[in-house]
Design a protein around this ligand. Sequence first.
Ligand SMILES: NC(=O)c1ccc[n+]([C@@H]2O[C@H](COP(=O)([O-])OP(=O)(O)OC[C@H]3O[C@@H](n4cnc5c(N)ncnc54)[C@H](OP(=O)(O)O)[C@@H]3O)[C@@H](O)[C@H]2O)c1
Length: 280
Amino acid sequence: MVSAIPHYTLNDGTQLPAIGFGTYPLTGDDGIKAMISAIENGYRLLDTAVNYGNEDEVGEAVRQSGIARDDIAVTTKIPGRHHEYDQAVSSVEDALRRLGLDHVDLVLIHWPNPSVGKYREAWRALVDVRERGLATSIGVSNFTRQHLADIIHDTGVTPAVNQIELHPYFPQAEMRAVHAELGIQTESWSPLGKRSAPFDQQPVTDAAEAHGVAPSQVILRWQLQLGALPLPKSANPQRQRENLDVTGFQLTEQEMNAITALGRPHGRLFGGDPDIHEEM
Ligand SMILES: NC(=O)c1ccc[n+]([C@@H]2O[C@H](COP(=O)([O-])OP(=O)(O)OC[C@H]3O[C@@H](n4cnc5c(N)ncnc54)[C@H](OP(=O)(O)O)[C@@H]3O)[C@@H](O)[C@H]2O)c1
């Protein structure tokens, strides 16, 4: 296990590890094995979703790991087809049954699906779910400034987290500024850039050479220095360790800026603009 990772304190006073483990698309026995390996390697935050179809496996990995439940944070996300109030509540209850847990540490609305127009209802449901103790913290994913303003206006409750696409080709300067303004923790999905990871780009390779680390470690260190909480996925134990081992060096301001400058207006991996892209 690598050295202890730092924590972020959320706007509701709870804490999350500064790096979590992405579990998509890990399923079945191999999925459980990969998740247990991640926990053994030091991850204490597992990110799943109803739509990943692996909540059973996540619960199983937590139980088999031998680590106390309270020492592992579990996040799930409710899907677009469950945005009506009653369905959103049942969605969380069903997720807990699959996970075999009495609460999750964080539950998110997975996508806003604005054409459906029910994310405000889903948020009211999550506020009540938290009230009942089924989730310690509540948040959203893929929400824009407007979606955030809508749900905060309705309930007076600011999400603790917004999980968004964030990697060097799409550094999300504007949404990070919105989050800073509102006190929302940024979580990064596809934090390495998935299959388009810029491991061979000069700002990344130069920093890797300067600090004697791997390009993947440079990117995850960049995430931490931006104040984001990355959720790298790896089924490989060695890469799992490597991805967590990013606290022993510091990128300079110049290195940070050069990596951020890899950003492109059309840098999203698959056109996941939350005003247009919808997932049910
Ligand atoms: N909220 C949302 O809408 C949303 C959308 C997408 C993803 N997510 C979450 O974000 C998590 C991570 O996203 P992601 O899987 O799309 O992207 P990612 O973590 O950026 O990339 C994962 C890919 O990179 C490889 N990899 C991991 N570590 C590596 C390393 N050190 N060196 C080289 N290659 C490495 C992995 O392969 P190996 O497994 O072979 O190592 C895998 O193919 C997901 O698991 C999910 O939890 C959320």
